[in-house]
Design a protein around this ligand. Structure first.
Ligand code: CP
Ligand code: NVA
Length: 310
């Protein structure tokens, strides 16, 4: 029964054609939102959001987006549900998915999300795992296109941890035909096999020991926290290891003159990025955050209604 359900567990779950539709649909929904036009395509539909890690943007963007589409939201955390008292994930999936139309989960291991999806009667969306953050990359690509046009053929420089964001950028580069440059300290490199199941195609992926070299000629420079959620006990050693991977004006200066800067947020000014970069004219971080809502509205419609809207 669950075999035909379309989930969004990683970026590679959708095709380039589906992304072309979603990006155009998100632009349409954003335009309606800006014009205060009602668009209630999900009336009588309910989204359950399960958070096992903290969130600001993901919670607000899904919740506000769902209300704007006429639907309702149930918000669960580990602390206030039986998830935190070791009810099996399979049982939680069976129960929750009998009552709602869509589930968004933020958790630790990707395998936990996959287990939930396997036992769910309704589509499941990855709201961030240790391995992937597909909704964020969808918003980032939408934001790039809004500011600079097509991303195909462009170069994105990732500076810092080879984490869930980096893995997802690699999937996106492969699928949407752009190039990802990555520079990470030794021991924190991106795991190509985890992201792609195989080695990456050199046309879409190149690594650099020096972050300045990764940024050279890039159309977009992007980074993330040095210590992701779930890795807090490594914080001191990460601060030391990443000291040379702070995005600063030197890195922006070797990128394209009109290069953008992105960060999924929350950010630590003075750690992974200098204030003059994140608060400077090339930064589009606030658009990135807002666009989470617009792209996720398109995604929720697509998964819940199971069809493309005009
Ligand atoms: N970027 C992002 O996912 O933010 P939150 O952790 O606040 O949801
Ligand atoms: N890589 C970060 C992203 C936060 C939105 C984390 O997983 O904590």
């Amino acid at each position: 029964m669950t075999a035909t359900i379309k989930h969004y567990l990683q970026f590679s779950d959708l095709s380039a054609d589906e992304y072309a539709y979603l990006l155009q649909r998100a632009a349409r929904l954003k335009q309606k939102f800006k014009r205060y036009e009602n668009h209630k395509s999900l009336t009588d539909h309910t989204l359950a959001m399960i958070f096992e890690k903290a969130s600001t943007r993901t919670r607000v963007s899904f919740e506000a987006g769902m209300y704007q589409l006429g639907g309702s939201v149930v918000h669960l955390t580990t602390g206030d549900s039986q998830l935190g008292r070791s009810e099996p994930i399979e049982d939680s999936a069976r129960v929750i998915s009998r009552m709602v139309d869509l589930v968004m989960i933020r958790t630790y291991e990707q395998s936990k999300l996959e287990k939930f999806a396997e036992h769910s009667r309704v589509p499941v969306i990855n709201g961030l795992t240790n391995e992937f953050h597909p909704c964020q990359i969808l918003a980032d690509i939408f934001t790039f296109i809004e500011h600079r046009g097509a991303i195909k053929g462009k170069t994105v420089a990732w500076v810092g941890d080879g984490n869930n964001m980096a893995n997802t950028w690699l999937q996106a580069a492969q699928l949407l035909d752009f190039k990802l440059h990555v520079s990470a300290p030794r021991g924190y490199e991106l795991d190509e096999k985890l992201a792609l199941g195989s080695s990456a195609d050199p046309a879409h992926f190149q690594t650099f020991a020096n972050p300045l070299d990764a940024c050279r000629g890039a159309h977009l420079v992007t980074t993330d926290v040095w210590t992701s959620m779930g890795y807090e006990e490594e914080n001191a050693q990460r601060l030391a290891a990443f000291a040379d991977w702070k995005v600063d004006q030197r890195m922006m200066a070797v990128a394209q003159p009109d290069a953008l800067f992105m960060h999924c947020l929350p950010a630590h000014r003075g750690e992974e990025v200098d204030a003059e970069v994140i608060d400077g004219p090339q930064s589009v971080v606030w658009d990135e955050a807002e666009n989470r809502m617009h792209v996720q509205k398109a995604l929720m419609e697509y998964l819940m209604l199971g069809r493309r809207e005009d």
